[in-house]
Design a protein. Structure first.
Length: 355
């Protein structure tokens, strides 16, 4: 009898141990979020940041080239109401006030809003104000917190009439659109990954920029402006590695010296467009209004933030040419270091014909 009792006691203890082990199995409550972040596409996040309703930012497309009618997170929302009309059709309907459906439209390409490149963006009645916050500061946020902030920002519903005048708050023009109804979770995760890991100038190791004047609404002439110090582009980059990257990815269209090829004409600062402005206001005078430079080297030196962003997002409507270029922080530093060499990538003050 004692033997049986001992056996039963051992069996009971063994069962209790098994139950204890089962209860101690840990299930990470953030496992799904971590997997979604790892699987997210930072390049597509850059496209979404540029213009999140464009068909080139990962939307399924209908036969006419519009984002599919049921593609939004809320199936009652029709993205066509705000989307850029397809390039391949004569259809002109759609949202004209695209800055209201673009992160860069308020936060600027460098994420610094009115304190960075956005300082020189004039605000018209049909545009929202440039943001006072620095979106690049979110790089230090936890990914889940950032996801929740984007999805839960609230804001106006999709309604083209609500963006008729960005300076009239009664029309809702200054508020975010309601991302939770527009963007599916996978697209929000793409944005999160871009904001966390995309190439940026947070540490000042890509370029140095100084802004002059004060942002005002509406902007007055002479507008504030931003100038770049080309001598510190890609501060610790490797110029030779940058040339190698350029040769592999860019030379087919932009040519050996960045002044274009028969495949495509390189980016141009067109006549009348400047990299600064002559100012009688605060700060030293910028370049004369007649300053114009041609070629990819000049573009990257005088419109650096725009050029960096364009490399990462591509130029919408021009695929396969100038598609987004996957590039990491070190490669961008190397490329900018190469572009700082005016002998290798010269300015051309007279537009040249394609060779």
């Amino acid at each position: 009898m004692k033997t049986i009792n001992k056996s039963m006691l051992l069996l009971g203890l063994f069962t209790l141990a098994l139950q204890s082990c089962t209860h101690e199995i840990y299930v990470d409550p953030l496992a799904a979020s971590k997997a979604a972040y790892e699987n997210a596409d930072a390049v597509n996040g850059a496209k979404l940041f540029s213009n999140f309703e464009n068909v080139e930012a990962g939307w399924p497309v209908d036969a006419a080239g519009w984002p599919d009618v049921k593609a939004a997170a809320d199936p009652t929302i029709n993205i066509k109401d705000i989307a850029t009309p397809p390039k391949t059709t004569p259809v002109t309907a759609g949202q004209a006030n695209l800055n209201f459906y673009s992160c860069a439209g308020c936060h600027a390409v460098d994420g610094m809003g009115r304190d960075g490149t956005g300082i020189s963006k004039k605000t018209a009645a049909t545009q929202p104000q440039m943001a006072a916050s620095h979106l690049r500061d979110t790089r230090g946020w936890d990914p889940v917190k950032l996801f929740d902030a984007i999805k839960g920002v609230g804001g106006r519903q999709i309604d083209p009439l609500k963006t008729a005048n960005g300076l009239d708050l009664t029309l809702g023009g200054q508020t975010h659109p309601d991302f939770s109804k527009i963007l599916t979770d996978d697209k929000i995760w793409d944005l999160v990954k871009w904001l966390k890991e995309g190439v940026d100038n947070t540490n000042g190791d890509l370029y140095a920029m100084t802004t002059y004047g004060a942002f005002a609404v509406p902007q007055t002439v002479v507008a504030p402006y931003a100038l770049y110090d080309n001598s510190v582009m890609g501060s610790d980059g490797d110029g030779a590695a940058g040339v190698a990257f350029y040769t592999a990815k860019c030379v087919v269209c932009h040519g050996f010296d960045g002044l274009g090829t028969t495949n495509a004409n390189g980016p141009v600062l067109i006549a009348g467009q400047t990299n600064g402005t002559t100012s009688a206001g605060s700060g030293p005078a910028g370049p004369a209004p007649t300053t114009k430079m041609y070629g990819v080297g000049a573009y990257m030196r005088y419109k650096t933030a725009d050029g960096v962003f364009l490399i990462q997002t591509g130029k919408f409507g021009t695929i396969p040419w100038m598609a987004a270029t996957p590039i990491n922080q070190q490669e961008m530093k190397d490329l900018l270091k190469a572009f700082s060499d005016k002998a290798r990538f010269p300015d051309a003050t007279v537009k040249r014909a394609n060779p």
